[in-house]
Design a protein around this ligand. Structure first.
Ligand SMILES: [Zn+2]
Length: 321
């Protein structure tokens, strides 16, 4: 598929020099975007959509759009339209591979699939579509689409068919007491620390991290991270905000809540449990969110600088089935 697309692009680019512009749609995709356009064609083909841009043309270039990561427009052409996507270079450079794909897929969703913005959410608070977009409230603006890991396939299905049924993960609701017969073997236990910094020389398949924490820095966000240098998760807290994320080269931002009932200036209990296929997050023993397993490896646990957070208690346990 990749080579077909490149071949078509080249033919059209060369053709446009010779043939009257009015009859041949222009294909002008800057090199940075070619892999994502090819991925879009491939994902469409898997879902029964034959996509080529011969009829419409396709332009994706870097340009100056100060207020957004990218914009897309249709310029009237001989066959009804010509897809024009402009990408903000600074915004692009700040994105990891997955987020770049999501951006290009979103813009092609507009241009090629005729999708408009869809701002519906599942009952777990996640967006239903990568076509979420303006107008968004300030709070929603900060809630990313969890387009990665085991969720990615659903979002691509939905992109190509907006009647795709809700995925199983949208109604996950795990019980804090779901360990059943598994035992917890405590490896590290700490209390009343303003900073956490531990490295564990163990490849842990299944584990649980439990923190009782509160913020002490007022306005500043404080964070706790664990995993390996290449792949780690972290959450950060500020007053009544809880964010869950992975490092940018791994998966990026995930989930965000601003809750009237949570106040991190008071002690709250956060449990991270990697057991089986998932890594589950509980707040005050209530299920909050599930993410992909972190690869088992030597890992670290760290918090932000002193005077920002008080770790009233921390426990790392191995889960033994
Ligand atoms: Zn959009």
């Amino acid at each position: 598929m990749k080579s077909i697309f490149i071949a078509v692009s080249l033919i059209l680019i060369f053709s446009s020099c010779r043939v009257e512009e009015a009859n041949i749609p222009n294909i002008n995709v800057e090199e940075d975007f070619v892999p994502y356009v090819n991925a879009f064609i491939e994902e469409g083909a898997k879902r029964g959509h034959e996509i080529d841009f011969e009829d419409t043309g396709l332009t994706i270039v870097f340009g100056n759009i100060p207020t957004a990561s990218a914009s897309c427009s249709e310029i009237a052409g001989p066959n009804g339209g010509s897809h024009q996507i402009i990408v903000n270079k600074n915004a692009w450079e700040a994105l990891n591979d997955t987020l770049r794909e999501r951006l290009i897929f979103h813009e092609l969703g507009h241009c090629e699939l005729g999708r408009i913005h869809k701002n519906d959410k599942f009952s777990d608070g996640s967006w239903r579509s990568i076509m979420r977009g303006d107008p968004l409230s300030q709070v929603d603006e900060r809630l990313p689409v969890p387009y990665f890991g085991f969720r990615r396939d659903y979002y691509i299905d939905e992109l190509f068919n907006d009647n795709t049924p809700s995925p199983g993960w949208a109604s996950y609701n795990f019980d804090y007491n779901d360990l059943e017969t598994a035992a917890l073997n405590t490896l590290i236990s700490r209390s009343n620390l303003e900073k956490l910094s531990d490295t564990i020389n163990l490849a842990l398949e299944n584990y649980e991290l439990e923190f009782e924490v509160k913020t002490i820095s007022g306005e500043e966000a404080t964070w706790l991270a664990w995993g390996t240098e290449a792949k780690h998760y972290f959450f950060w807290l500020r007053e009544n905000e809880f964010h869950f994320a992975a490092n940018s080269n791994f998966q990026g931002p995930f989930h965000f809540i601003e809750s009237e009932t949570l106040d991190f200036r008071e002690r709250q209990k956060i449990t991270i449990r990697q057991h089986g296929a998932l890594c589950k997050v509980f707040i005050n023993e209530k299920f909050f969110f599930a993410v992909d397993r972190l690869p088992s490896d030597l890992f670290f646990i760290m918090s932000s600088t002193e005077n920002e957070i008080l770790i009233e208690s921390f426990r790392l346990s191995e889960i033994i089935d």
